[in-house]
Write a protein that binds this ligand. Structure first.
Ligand code: R5P
Length: 311
């Protein structure tokens, strides 16, 4: 049997997709004590032969989410569950992936190890900030790239456009190359030019100026795609530059994880962005149903044979 443990605080996530594949929702009570501490109780019996998929939101309230995940994992294990997959579609703490300054906690690794130690067989996530930060966990940490989702969004919603897909920094070059090949679109990367003393981003420069000039002249649609929108500064900076250089076509922005801190959305609008599209890894107002990540998780489980009962 397949069991799904839903996170009561994860409002936008499309859990319903899983029900079509034979998952049964495990009944769970969740509340906060008056002092803010978390309470969890399972109301159904635990099936030792069952496969349990626990899907927890990563943002906001990262610390509380992690506590909730740990309580769920340890309790499931304690009550007899033997196969538990924990899915955090947005992996919290993934940006502190190394010791930038002496003495810092490498939070990304601490969180992942703690989750695995508490009873998860594997952690599944989508478009993690830096896959390499989790290499030591081998095949117990699975990062699923969202390229297939974006590709079908483009095919369905932008079929006749002459598109260039832009990555706002070099780190995402591999991702846009994969996406461009899948949906037959041109790609281009920007570089962040930083002040050598302060590290502050000064401006954004196209990696290949000739290809960039060609895009400005000959494409009618630009898609800027990034894993995370936090303050909005990165993508707004690139969009502003593209408009300043005379691009008159449509600018779409695609984000896997829509955190939208402060006035991030306004920054995009002031920079000349026309459309904002997000997946459902983080609750936000810009989620599009064509890019809900549940499909990716199900495909992954099916391909790997991790859930033999998936139809
Ligand atoms: C950076 O490496 C990430 O891929 C994003 O570009 C960054 O987190 C976006 O942050 P913000 O929206 O604050 O510019």
């Amino acid at each position: 049997m397949l069991y799904l443990v839903k996170d009561p605080l994860y409002r936008s996530f499309r859990y319903d997709i899983f029900l079509k594949y034979g998952f049964t929702i495990l009944k769970m009570e969740h509340k906060f004590f008056p002092d803010g501490e978390t309470y969890i109780r399972f109301l159904d019996d635990i099936d030792p032969e069952g496969y349990y998929l626990v899907i927890i939101r990563g943002y906001p309230e990262q610390d509380r989410n992690i506590i909730r995940a740990l309580f769920i994992l340890e309790t499931l294990k304690d009550l007899g569950a033997r196969k538990i997959y924990l899915c955090l579609p947005y992996m919290p703490y993934s940006r502190q992936d190394k010791r930038f300054l002496p003495g810092e906690a490498i939070s990304a690794q601490i969180i992942a190890r703690t989750i695995l130690d508490r009873g998860a067989d594997i952690i599944i996530t989508i478009d993690v900030h830096n896959e390499a930060a989790y290499h030591q966990l081998n095949n117990r940490f699975v990062n699923i790239r969202s390229t297939d989702l974006w590709c079908s969004y483009i095919r369905k919603n932008l079929p006749d456009r002459d598109i260039c897909i832009i990555s706002p920094d070099i780190g995402r070059k591999g991702f846009i190359k994969e996406l461009g090949e899948k949906c037959n679109a041109t790609t281009l990367s920007f570089m962040k030019v930083r002040d050598p003393h302060t590290g502050k981003i000064l401006h954004h420069e196209p990696e290949d100026p000739d290809a960039y000039r060609d895009v400005l002249k000959n494409r009618d649609t630009i898609i800027i795609i990034d894993d995370i929108i936090a303050t909005g500064g990165t993508v707004a900076g690139v969009a502003r530059r593209i408009r300043r250089d005379g691009f008159q076509g449509k600018i779409y922005t695609f984000f896997t994880h829509g955190l939208f801190l402060g006035n991030a959305y306004d920054k995009l609008m002031y920079a000349g962005v026309d459309h904002v599209i997000c997946t459902d890894t983080v609750d936000n107002p810009f989620i599009h149903e064509d890019v809900c990540v549940g499909k990716l998780i199900l495909n992954f489980l099916e391909k790997k044979g991790l859930l033999p009962y998936v139809k």
